[in-house]
Design a protein around this ligand. Structure first.
Ligand SMILES: NC(=O)c1ccc[n+]([C@@H]2O[C@H](COP(=O)([O-])OP(=O)(O)OC[C@H]3O[C@@H](n4cnc5c(N)ncnc54)[C@H](O)[C@@H]3O)[C@@H](O)[C@H]2O)c1
Length: 312
């Protein structure tokens, strides 16, 4: 018995890297997988059917079931057809794993409108489009049967959303996906659908594309804590065991969370809570003038707050 026997999963961007590992991990636990990948370059350009087809072949060679799909998830209609393919092929969808991603790293003063739109398109609109189309179908089923549909949405974010030099577009998209995850988790809970985010990673062509020389690399090196921790035991990519668990019936109770696994480290990430609160003397409303003295008390003394923030 596999943890995912009988399930049908869509993995976007599953032709390479982390998505490929997700697809193989889900299939190895008994899931039937729609392997989506248009085979684009790391910047989102071009296209090739080979990556998705190869992963399908790998799954089949190992005795599993898979079909290829070449949709660009940032295209509304193609995302709809991707979701439809799961129903056409196997008459159901249980898990949507939004993993597809591209990079257009540029320092903000060199970032073009196209660099911004392309990254937002694949990460944010792609996650939204596939999720919307999946939830429409799940909601129809819920209304017809009046029973929880046991659906799973797993979104992909990154440490870049905490701030990363040269990745303001990518970090913004990932932070946006996190906000999206929290909102959708609330909306779909009554239908028995969970929505979580994972923070995977590893040695992929995407991580290899991040420059090690030049202005961005120098600014990154100047920041403490930007270098990932070295972990000899960590696999080449990480996150697929966590995705497999979140896809399973065992994870029906967990939603609206950001989780990470890296080797032996299992992490729950939470942020944007009130870290410190300063109440104005006598319950007076804060004014801009009061903040001149009040703000350093809240953030730290003088410029220390800014230095703390920049990580110097
Ligand atoms: N590699 C890391 O260290 C790391 C860290 C944190 C988060 N992530 C995230 O993990 C995910 C996978 O990244 P990866 O490192 O495996 O990258 P990758 O470049 O190896 O693979 C990404 C895949 O997504 C596909 N893709 C791109 N645009 C698409 C589109 N419009 N529609 C469908 N598929 C598309 C590509 O063809 C490619 O096969 C991304 O969301 C990335 O942001 C990666």
């Amino acid at each position: 018995m596999g943890l995912l026997d009988g399930k049908v999963c869509i993995v976007t961007g599953a032709g390479r890297g982390i998505g490929r590992d997700h697809a193989l991990a889900l299939a190895s636990r008994g899931a039937r997988v729609v392997v989506n990948d248009p085979g684009v370059a790391v910047d989102g350009k071009g296209g090739d059917s080979a990556p998705a087809e190869q992963v399908v072949d790998e799954i089949k060679a190992a005795g599993g079931q898979a079909v290829a799909n070449f949709a660009d998830v940032s295209d509304w209609k193609q995302a709809g057809a991707l979701v439809q393919q799961a129903w056409d092929e196997w008459g159901q969808l249980d898990v949507l794993l939004n993993n597809a991603g591209i990079l257009r790293d540029r320092i903000i003063w060199k970032m073009t409108e196209d660099d911004w739109d392309a990254v937002m398109g694949v990460h944010m609109k792609g996650t939204y489009s596939c999720t919307h189309h999946a939830v429409v179908r799940w909601r129809d089923t819920f209304k017809q049967t009046d029973r929880p549909v046991n659906g799973r949405i797993i979104n992909t974010v990154s440490g870049a959303m905490f701030g990363s030099v040269g990745q303001s577009n990518y970090g913004a998209a990932k932070a946006g996906i996190m906000g999206f995850t929290l909102g959708v988790a609330l909306e779909v809970a009554p239908m028995g659908i969970t929505c979580n985010a994972i923070r995977p990673g590893g040695q992929t062509r995407m991580s290899a594309s991040i420059p090690s020389t030049g202005a961005i690399a120098q600014m990154r090196a100047a920041r403490s804590g930007e270098e990932p921790e070295k972990d000899e035991n960590a696999p080449a990519t990480f996150g697929s065991e966590l995705a497999t668990y979140l896809a399973s019936d065992a994870a029906a109770w967990i939603s609206g969370q950001l989780l990470m696994i890296r080797g032996d480290r299992l992490e729950l990430d939470r942020g944007w809570h009130a870290e410190r609160v300063l109440t104005h003397r006598g319950g007076k409303p804060w004014t801009a003038e009061d903040l001149v003295a009040g703000m350093p008390k809240l953030v730290g003394t003088g410029p220390v707050g800014l230095i703390e923030f920049l990580g110097h």
